[in-house]
Design a protein around this ligand. Structure first.
Ligand SMILES: Nc1ncnc2c1ncn2[C@@H]1O[C@H](COP(=O)(O)OP(=O)(O)O)[C@@H](O)[C@H]1O
Ligand SMILES: [Mg+2]
Length: 340
């Protein structure tokens, strides 16, 4: 049994501008000890996917539906708020972009960090405090023994971010949802935090969903990668296979925006021309069609399902939601599409 089994997750927001389908039929599994990288342009539904797993989508305007959201066999979608609260921050923990959504402004750092250790790990207050101080030190917070007595508002944004990371790791969760965990941090601390995540995983078998804009980070951390576009999964593959041979034009575009040896400092990265789709008004065909260099006539009409295939050379299990997948299989990633 997979640790996490997400089946047909849908999240929509009913707004004044119409119904925004932020996540539209997403299915995937995650095994214990596995790291799954989740990538895609801003607004593609990555954070909403994670928030939905934790029951944190505000309603209204949000409506969450799924055939199943199984975590260790329990359907998260069927839990009461009280049951969900027991799982959150304990079995499943999160590190989000905005630390203020996870930190309680009314409690000291000590209270927030030690609660879970005392309650769920049955540590004494003293042991818990010692562990919490060590956790703060691990994420590069200077004088952690003094910082631990402060309130969130007494810390800078960067320090709060680190406190939240420490909190997410201290409880040694079964599943860690890390949403752009290191974006606001400098490179040294970022490397340190990623190392801590890997350590934890090696020790306890934690599974990680890692959302990041940094393709270098996903490449180094993830076993598998999922690419989201317009609220849907458009490609899933083992990391090495995805980088070697992306099988969706959107993924090829994303990978084209990695700086190379030949790019110069300050030079604009190759971004994909055009705009992401309007989630309140999705086209009938492929959502990437207007921006796609590989499109054919049928792409504007037929909505492409996520198809599974085995890559001939490597035997890798892959998925792509492109109608022209056969053409992509036959052309190396660096070459331009074959124009008839
Ligand atoms: N509370 C909300 N109300 C209305 N729309 C929302 C809300 N939260 C997210 N969305 C919309 O859902 C879409 C996906 O957002 P998100 O998952 O945050 O994207 P990202 O991939 O950048 O993490 C966006 O279009 C966003 O505007
Ligand atoms: Mg996000």
């Amino acid at each position: 049994m997979a640790l996490l089994d997400v089946q047909n997750l849908r999240v929509r927001f009913e707004t004044h501008h119409g119904v925004v389908r932020a996540v539209d039929g997403v299915s995937f599994q995650l095994e214990e000890g596995e790291t799954l990288g989740l990538v895609g342009e801003s607004g593609s539904g990555k954070s909403v996917t994670n928030l939905a797993l934790l029951g944190l989508i505000p309603s209204p305007p949000g409506v969450v539906e799924a055939d199943a959201l199984l975590f260790e066999g329990t359907d998260l979608a069927k839990l009461s708020e009280a049951q969900m609260r027991k799982i959150r921050g304990n079995d499943i923990s999160m590190i989000f972009q905005d630390p203020m959504t996870s930190l309680n402004p009314l409690l000291t750092i000590e209270r927030q960090l030690t609660e879970v250790l005392c309650l769920h790990k049955k540590m004494s207050r003293r042991e818990a405090k010692k562990k919490a101080i060590q956790g703060l030190g691990d994420v590069g917070i200077p004088s952690p023994d003094k910082r631990i007595d402060q309130y969130p508002h007494e810390l800078s944004g960067g320090m709060r971010q680190r406190v939240m990371i420490a909190m997410g790791l201290l409880c040694e969760p079964r599943l860690l949802l890390a949403d752009e965990p290191t974006t606001a941090l400098d490179v040294t601390i970022q490397a340190q935090v990623l190392e801590l995540m890997k350590d934890l995983q090696a020790r306890t078998g934690t599974a990680i969903i890692l959302v990041t804009h940094d393709l270098g980070v996903v490449a180094g951390m993830s076993d598998r990668i999922q690419v989201m576009y317009g609220g849907r999964l458009v490609e899933m593959a083992p990391t090495l296979d995805l980088f070697a041979q992306p099988l969706h034009p959107y993924t090829r575009g994303l990978l084209g925006s990695i700086p190379t040896l030949h790019s110069h400092p300050g030079e604009d990265l190759d971004s994909i021309p055009g705009q992401p789709p309007d989630l309140a008004d999705m086209p009938p065909g492929c959502a990437f069609e207007p921006r796609c260099a590989w499109k054919t006539e049928r792409c504007a009409q037929e909505s492409p399902p996520l198809r599974s295939l085995t890559q001939p050379e490597t035997g890798a299990k892959r998925h792509s939601a492109c109608l022209e997948i056969e053409t992509l299989l036959q052309t190396p990633p660096s070459s331009a599409p074959v124009t008839p």
